[in-house]
Design a binder for this molecule. Structure first.
Ligand SMILES: Cc1cc2nc3c(=O)[nH]c(=O)nc-3n(C[C@H](O)[C@H](O)[C@H](O)COP(=O)(O)OP(=O)(O)OC[C@H]3O[C@@H](n4cnc5c(N)ncnc54)[C@H](O)[C@@H]3O)c2cc1C
Length: 304
């Protein structure tokens, strides 16, 4: 950031934009920065991310929110890990639980690493994480990780949430921290002689100028790729899945606090419990299956 920076524009109001706005406003609350988030009223957000890993818990703590502030508003549930079904064809390994390591696991995890090490040497010991991590027990007993205040260990976990509602919550939280919000579609980016962004032109013939710009425009990459020419590096040769269909179903009143991820012929399906619905989706490779076929498979999996 240039010396003397006073004004910051975050372009884009999806997850990336509102997370950035909240972090900047929190870390620099004592400094005299003017932070504005600009979002197009015509270009939508992706808005389908429904599951997190434990860093979201850390983020919420950093920006000063309590679970009671946001979880109910965002239809959120706890997430102790992910069960992967049918990802391996090896006998006895048709299911694998990916836990989030937390402090109480320290007592049992050394045995897990020991067994895993010896398995690689060909000795047939139990190497399933589910037998060694508290997260699996809690997920299967449908228990929340909300420990009493005098519980002497830290619990780590993620969340499931409605990402549209989470975006709304983060927008409100950022406003409380003084982040300004403006609706405009940026149509052109003017770059100065040194190659820095000078100002942004909008569809209302208005301009937006700041000392520092953050590109949160998602796939459009309006500032980085389009204006500054930062190249897009495709990994399509190793990551085949490039499409998804989503399909909500009725919620379970007392869901397991875990994501279910099932490997399918042309990709994989997720099943995520929210308080208001199950979020289901099939991420697939369009080289091998089209939308209609994918949707049919997704319905079958979500009903399983
Ligand atoms: C099927 C699927 C499932 C996913 N599941 C998960 C998950 O479980 N967990 C997870 O963490 N992530 C998940 N993701 C990823 C996650 O959804 C995305 O990474 C995230 O939503 C991207 O947010 P973003 O803010 O970068 O972009 P977007 O949501 O695309 O937001 C872009 C913003 O930029 C604005 N904008 C763009 N161009 C302009 C312009 N010219 N002028 C003004 N404003 C502009 C738009 O108006 C919008 O506000 C999933 C993604 C997909 C596709």
């Amino acid at each position: 950031m240039k010396n003397g920076t006073k004004s910051i524009v975050i372009l884009g109001g999806g997850t990336a934009g509102w997370i950035t706005a909240n972090l900047m406003a929190t870390h620099w609350e004592d400094q005299d920065f003017d932070i504005t988030l600009v979002e197009s009223p015509n270009i939508g957000i992706i808005g389908v991310g429904e599951g997190s890993t434990p860093p979201l818990k850390g983020f919420m703590e950093v920006i000063g929110t309590e679970e009671s502030d946001w979880m109910a508003q965002c239809d959120a549930t706890y997430k102790m890990g992910i069960t992967f079904r049918n990802w391996s064809t090896r006998e006895g390994f048709d299911e694998y639980f990916h836990p989030f390591l937390c402090q109480p696991d320290e007592f049992t995890v050394p045995a897990f690493f020991h067994n895993s090490f010896l398995r690689r040497k060909g000795i047939d010991l139990d190497g399933h994480p589910s037998q060694f991590f508290l997260g699996w027990v809690m997920a299967n007993q449908r228990l929340a990780p909300a420990a009493p205040p005098n519980f002497p260990f830290n619990m780590e976990y993620g969340y499931h949430f409605n990402s549209g509602l989470l975006g709304e919550f983060l927008k409100g939280w950022a406003a409380r921290k003084g982040v300004k919000y403006r609706q405009a579609t940026v149509t052109d980016v003017v770059v100065d002689e040194q190659g820095f962004i000078d100002y942004l032109k909008t569809d209302s013939e208005d301009t937006i100028k700041a000392d520092f710009y953050v590109d949160s425009t998602g796939f459009r990459s309006q500032l980085l790729q389009q204006a500054l020419g930062v190249p897009f590096e495709s990994v399509a040769d190793v990551l085949f899945n490039d499409s998804a269909v989503v399909f909500p179903t009725e919620p379970d009143e007392n869901p397991e606090p875990q994501t279910i991820s099932t490997a399918l012929n042309h990709g994989w399906a997720w099943k995520i419990p929210l308080t208001s619905r199950f979020g289901n989706g099939y991420v697939y490779s369009s080289r091998y299956v089209d939308d209609d076929e994918a949707r049919a498979v997704d319905v079958a999996v979500s009903e399983a």
